[in-house]
Ligand binder design. Structure first.
Ligand SMILES: Nc1ncnc2c1ncn2[C@@H]1O[C@H](COP(=O)(O)OP(=O)(O)O)[C@@H](O)[C@H]1O
Ligand SMILES: [Mg+2]
Length: 272
């Protein structure tokens, strides 16, 4: 597998919460090749963000192996992980995570300082050009729209020319039209050879990738390439689920459960 960029073998992340163990990631095997465009979907709590943190070398697994670009990163020291992160990975978050009182160009430059790269301003400007925001280089985040802020964040993510972009719900805080513009940028980056991995719980966003992975309870429960028929099928299934939820909400009182498991049987009257 010459072009396997990411290889996970039994990747596991457990959290000890008092006497219970939360299996946030439960033995995941996965290969992602150089140049893929993958979305990871699943309900809240299914392990998507945990997966992104591990893929992004922001966290270490409890067990299992992560090989990134031929290097076993799962056993690296923090300082080595930081270097890998800076060289190979760009992050985009739902909430943009920009430094507020700082012009766009300086936000974009931040990874260059960590990487001790030269020509800082020129590189940052080039990254802003790639997201068509060079004309807003001196604007602070507060002077930009949500979509523009996310474009600054993407410029920051690509300024070091990473092999991988990891985006966790990048369109979650944006309206549909702006979200579509952001997705267009990810498509362009992918077309230029960057591997894009995107977490979203919105199926209409997920199906824009070339491969959709669905998670549940810390495991991968579905993994398929997206062609036109699969896109229709996934969107249709999603529409059915949405319709069923809407119908259930009309007839039943609202519940706060985020899980799709049935509630436990009630053995005795529940106190209010
Ligand atoms: N730092 C943590 N400590 C304890 N439990 C956590 C922690 N982070 C995540 N979890 C738990 O792991 C599970 C997966 O979480 P997460 O990866 O954030 O899911 P998602 O992004 O799909 O909503 C959830 O049950 C969550 O409560
Ligand atoms: Mg999450």
């Amino acid at each position: 597998m010459a072009n396997a960029l990411i290889q996970l073998h039994g990747l596991t992340k457990h959290y000890q919460m008092g006497s219970t163990i939360v299996r946030a990631l439960d033995g995941v095997d996965l290969t992602i090749n150089q140049g893929e465009f993958v979305s990871i979907t699943g309900q809240s709590g299914s392990g998507k963000s945990t997966m992104m943190h591990l893929l992004g070398c922001l966290d270490r697994p409890t067990a299992g192996q992560y090989i990134l670009d031929g290097q076993v990163v799962s056993s690296m020291l923090d300082s080595q992980l930081a270097a890998v992160r800076n060289q190979k990975i760009g992050f985009v978050f739902q909430t943009f995570n920009l430094i507020q009182r700082t012009p766009a160009i300086d936000n974009v430059s931040v990874p260059l300082f960590y990487g001790r790269r030269g020509n800082t301003r020129e590189r940052a400007m080039r990254a802003l050009e790639r997201v068509s925001l060079d004309k807003r280089a001196t604007h602070k985040p507060s002077e930009l729209s949500g979509g523009e802020r996310q474009r600054v964040a993407i410029a920051r993510a690509i300024v070091n020319e990473p092999k991988i972009i990891l985006a966790d719900e990048p369109t979650g805080n944006l309206d549909t039209r702006t979200g579509t513009q952001i997705m267009k940028i990810f498509h362009e980056l992918n077309a230029s050879g960057v591997t894009v991995i995107l977490v979203t719980h919105e199926m209409d966003v997920a199906v824009q990738a070339k491969r959709v992975i669905r998670m549940r309870d810390g495991k991968i429960v579905e993994d398929k390439p997206v062609d036109e028929s699969v896109r229709k099928e996934l969107l249709g299934a999603h529409a059915n689920v949405e319709a069923a939820i809407a119908a259930a909400q009309k007839t039943a009182p609202a519940t706060t459960s985020q899980s799709d498991k049935p509630p436990p049987p009630i053995a005795r009257p529940v106190e209010a």
